[in-house]
Design a protein around this ligand. Structure first.
Ligand code: CP
Ligand code: NVA
Length: 306
């Protein structure tokens, strides 16, 4: 299997590489002791242009559990690209660190870190993709369903970075995916086209719709906030358009939707109700826990000692 150099978007992965990461993540989760020295002697810089709870904590603790060391960088010591160029930043960090984990506004910034640095770069969320999230989410689905190529995953809400990565993950797994958005809020057209090509190769499908009925019988329904970090809109501007797309118990029951998923942070009362978010079919905390296992699998694959 070809070795991965970076983890910027799931589009860069073959089906074999994607499924191997899920398998490794399962092993890391069930047998952590076996991997306790996988990053011994390795240091990673974890860099943030935007706020984070899950990503920051799951990377910091995950790196420690693999015997490595992480250095947290926020924007207080000079914003990325302002005090010095992204290229110089990447070249300097590569002098000391064995890897870079980056959460950036623009996807171009993670691409530049990878281009000008000399160490593996992991995208921990950009405006276009959230591959660590989708990998963790598919680990959660793989724990519920033996055959990912037989599931129907439905995303309802704003077509955003999380949607893009989920679409690609579903295509790589050969799953059926339906993305339901209000008019004007569909995922990026180029990503849709590329994803449909990947899906075709693996017997999967990607369908877009504005109709909630397209969710009928989903094995899992996923939603995310209507406004993402860096979006320049107010809730007032979009609320009327998005309200009919709220995931609530009535929707879950009437369309026979099975599991509920959300990357978090959630805006309760907007994209989802408290009842569904906390319901017995909610996988949200499994997804959060799996962030660490999935990311550890990525780091072991990119720069591990094993
Ligand atoms: N899901 C996720 O990435 O959460 P944070 O923004 O808290 O890291
Ligand atoms: N789409 C959201 C995901 C947060 C984890 C955002 O980019 O803000």
């Amino acid at each position: 299997m070809e070795k991965l150099s970076h983890f910027l978007t799931l589009k860069d992965l073959t089906q074999q590489q994607f499924l191997a990461l899920i398998d490794l993540a399962k092993q890391v989760k069930t047998n952590p002791a076996q991997f306790s020295q996988a990053l011994a002697g390795k240091s990673l810089v974890t860099l943030y242009e935007k706020p984070s709870l899950r990503t920051r904590v799951s990377f910091d603790i995950g790196i420690a559990k693999l015997g490595g060391h992480s250095v947290y960088l926020d924007q207080n010591n000079g914003a990325l690209g302002k005090r010095e160029s992204v290229a110089d930043f990447a070249k300097n960090i590569s002098c000391w660190a064995d890897g870079i984990v980056a959460r950036t506004f623009s996807h171009k910034t993670v691409e530049q870190l990878a281009e000008f640095g000399t160490v593996p770069v992991i995208n921990s969320l950009s405006d276009m993709y959230h591959p660590c999230q989708a990998l963790a989410d598919f680990l959660a689905l793989a724990e519920q369903f033996d055959d990912l190529s037989k599931i129907k995953l439905v995303y309802i809400g704003d077509g955003n970075n999380v949607t893009h990565s989920l679409m690609i993950a579903a295509a790589l797994a050969g799953s059926e995916m339906v993305v339901i958005c209000p008019e004007g809020h569909f995922p990026d057209g180029k990503v849709v086209q590329e994803t449909q090509e990947i899906a075709k190769q693996h017997g999967g499908s990607l369908v877009l719709s504005t109709e909630l009925t397209a969710a009928q019988g989903a094995d899992a329904v996923y939603t995310d906030t209507w406004i993402s970090m860096g979006d320049n809109v107010s809730l007032q501007d979009i609320e009327a358009k998005f309200s009919p797309y709220q995931v609530n118990q009535q929707l879950m029951d009437s369309l026979q939707l099975n599991f509920f998923m959300h990357c978090q942070p959630a805006h309760i009362g907007e994209e989802v109700t408290q009842q569904v978010f906390d319901g017995e079919k909610s996988l949200v905390l499994v997804q959060a826990e799996n962030r660490m296992h999935a990311q550890n699998a990525v780091m072991i694959t990119l720069l591990g000692n094993l």
